[in-house]
Design a protein around this ligand. Structure first.
Ligand code: UGA
Length: 438
């Protein structure tokens, strides 16, 4: 059993803290946001994440988990996870390191001899080495390790309890063994279950995370580039993805063509990676990521163009229903949401847009107050000339075209996620269009 703190209780930190307590460790979650700490202490998740609240409540009841705003609470714990955010810097591609720097500078004076600071935030390569010197300047026997996180929103609990790999970026010898032993105790459960472990130096561990998200973004933009060609050639990108996906070297996962990626990670991470490579003089190596980003952004423009096309050349004055506001299903996260981006563009171009989502409406309302909102798909679609499916929640995938037809003004469906069965909709009298399909 390890006594640990988790600094930063957002998505990553809160889930990590609760899952570590569930694994038998004693955990103190620390965050500067007092209402968030109150909510977590009361067993209420501050965000929507399937299964998280159950783990949180169970961990609180076990007595092994607590939360506070007081950084001084780190005394008595030996391992300190840094899980704060690294958003995109305003007006630049680079990551904003303010929160990571504040966390480590705040933590360092409270460290005890032999403590281990573990970075989990996604950071530019070189950060760990810089932070290690801050740590050792305050406490000469304290160590730092880099342990990137690969959890997906919507599967955060599962990905934290049973990760598909663990990566330790360890300090140079002779300290590597000590840090590794401490991390092995923290991750005793997944290691015993056979989770692959890769131990590296700091820089490699930092780059693993950037490379993984860049590869995922590339896979999505690759298939979306194929969708553009399919549109030009009258071919079907969904069939194409199925066919190439059978090659195990390619694989079918993350080859879903559509509106592309959004969220708090992929876009900002590839941009920060390009910015950092530029600083290192390796910008040419990542020039392709600029194209990945452009392909992704083009899908949003294309979606609006398609809406105009099926409305006979103009969306001015048209009533449009948008199904989905979250950046992906099973999340209430609307950061860089492709769905809301398209909804807002259509509204700005003169349409009256009504958005619905099972979980993300409160967040959407706050950021896009000028859009209209409805609680259900049927309410959003009432009187609509056009319906767009932009986030593929299960309840939208299984919507009945005949039932929806009873409330709309015009049977026009744009499937931004290739989530519906085209023939089913066409047979029900709908004009069905999708990205990358004839
Ligand atoms: C992503 C990575 O998948 C995680 O491994 C990583 O830990 C995380 O970022 C992070 O850096 O914290 P996440 O942002 O939760 O996770 O979401 P993804 O499941 O990767 O989806 C990202 C976007 O890609 C969504 O908008 C989704 O709709 C889109 N997507 C995904 C597609 O357009 N097509 C696909 O085939 C798959």
């Amino acid at each position: 059993m390890t006594k640990m703190t988790v600094i930063g209780c957002g998505y990553l930190g809160a889930v990590h803290a609760a899952c570590m307590a569930r694994s038998g460790h004693e955990v103190i979650g620390i965050d500067v946001d007092a209402p968030k700490v109150e909510s977590l202490l009361a067993g209420k998740a501050p965000f929507y994440e399937p299964g998280f609240e159950d783990v949180l409540v169970e961990a609180l009841e076990s007595g092994r988990l607590t939360f506070t705003t007081d950084l001084g609470a780190v005394k008595g714990s030996t391992v300190h996870f840094v899980c704060v955010g690294t958003p995109q810097r305003a007006g630049e591609n680079a990551a904003d390191m303010t929160y990571v720097d504040a966390a480590v500078n705040g933590l360092a004076p409270h460290l005890s001899p032999g403590d281990l600071v573990v970075g989990k935030s996604t950071v530019p390569v070189g950060t760990a080495a810089r932070l290690a010197s801050i740590v050792s300047a305050h406490q000469s026997t304290a160590l730092l390790a880099w342990n990137p996180e690969f959890l997906r929103e919507g599967f955060a609990v599962q990905d934290t309890l049973s990760p598909d790999r663990l990566v330790y970026g360890l300090p140079p010898a002779p300290h590597a063994e000590v840090a590794k032993a401490m991390l092995d105790e923290v991750y005793a459960q997944p290691l015993a279950a056979g989770t692959p472990l890769v131990t590296t130096d700091y820089a490699t561990a930092e780059l693993v995370k950037a490379a993984a998200n860049s590869f995922l973004a590339t896979k999505i933009s690759f298939i979306n580039a194929m969708a553009e060609v399919c549109e030009a050639a009258g071919a079907d990108v969904a069939q194409l993805a199925d066919a190439i996906g059978h090659d195990v070297r390619i694989g079918r996962r993350f080859l879903n063509a559509g509106l592309g990626f959004g969220g708090g990670c992929l876009s900002k991470d590839i941009r920060a990676f390009m910015a950092r490579a530029g600083e290192l003089g390796a910008d040419q190596a990542l020039a392709f990521l600029r194209e990945i980003d452009s392909i992704n952004m083009r899908r949003r423009v294309r979606m609006v163009d398609l809406a105009r096309e099926v409305c006979g050349g103009s969306i001015v004055g048209r009533h449009i229903a948008v199904l989905g506001a979250a950046f992906k299903p099973n999340s209430d996260d609307i950061r860089d949401s492709p769905a809301l981006n398209v909804a807002a563009q259509m509204q700005l171009q003169g349409a009256t847009v009504t958005v619905t989502d099972p979980e993300a409406l409160a967040n959407a309302r706050r950021v896009w107050p000028n859009l209209h909102y409805a609680d259900t798909a049927m309410q959003a679609a009432a009187g609509a000339d056009l319906v767009l499916l932009l986030t593929e929640w299960e309840e939208y995938r299984t919507i009945d075209p005949d039932e929806l037809a009873t409330v709309v003004a015009g049977r026009r469906m744009l499937d931004g996620r290739n989530a519906l069965e085209p023939t089913q909709w066409r047979n029900a009298g709908w004009t069905y269009r999708a990205l990358g399909r004839p």
